[in-house]
Design a protein around this ligand. Structure first.
Ligand code: PRP
Length: 184
């Protein structure tokens, strides 16, 4: 264990979702999205950094019937390490224009919903042909604002989770399973 892991105040407690469960669910979502956009061009916008692992799995499940393109945004929420303030700053914007395109926002988790609500507003303001949102995880108990989710991988309890792209202080993103943390 690294010094950072040993000193961060948390440790891995138990597996909430196994890699197999995650793979199965993402495969089903990818098939559903492929059916929705058959023969069309779609820009999948990964919200860095947490969604990078989910994005990689999702696009590989789409198949050749969709002309999938990828783009990336990075945002900072001005929150502390484990909560979101709702004030969102765009650190890195999409490279391509969203105007007239089918856009799918790809996020790892919706917690309060403030980040996604903000991002949806920004992209909607760019006049896309369509806009959908897919999240791997949703915490319904934490929701503060209503925002549209078109595909949700898993609804989870209000627990601190890491793995499959999700982090605590930058750590544990690389774990294939999704784990709950507990205080060390
Ligand atoms: C996480 C997640 C969302 C946001 C969700 O990002 O990826 O962007 O928090 O929270 P909300 O629904 O309460 O707004 P984080 O700030 O942890 O950045 P990361 O993806 O780089 O880990």
């Amino acid at each position: 264990m690294s010094d950072d892991m040993a000193n961060c105040g948390y440790k891995l407690a138990s597996v909430l979702l196994t890699r197999g469960e995650i793979e199965d669910r993402i495969g089903k979502i990818a098939s559903a999205i492929a059916d929705e956009y058959r023969g069309e061009t779609v820009v999948f916008v990964c919200i860095l950094k947490g969604a990078s692992v989910f994005m990689a799995d999702l696009i590989r499940g789409l198949g050749a019937s969709v002309d999938a393109r990828i783009d990336f945004m990075a945002v900072s929420s001005y929150g502390n390490s484990d909560s979101t303030s709702g004030v969102v700053k765009i650190l890195k914007d999409m490279d391509s224009s969203a105007e007239g395109k089918n856009i799918v926002i790809v996020e790892d988790i919706m917690d309060t919903g403030l980040t996604l609500n903000y991002l949806q507003g920004v992209i909607r303001g760019r006049s896309p042909k369509s806009l959908k949102t897919v999240v791997l995880l949703e915490k319904p108990d934490r929701r503060q604002i209503d925002c549209q989710l078109d595909h949700v991988g898993f609804k989870i309890p209000d627990k601190f989770v890491v793995g499959c792209g999700l982090d605590y202080a930058g750590m544990w993103r690389h774990l294939p399973d999704i784990w709950c943390l507990q205080e060390a």
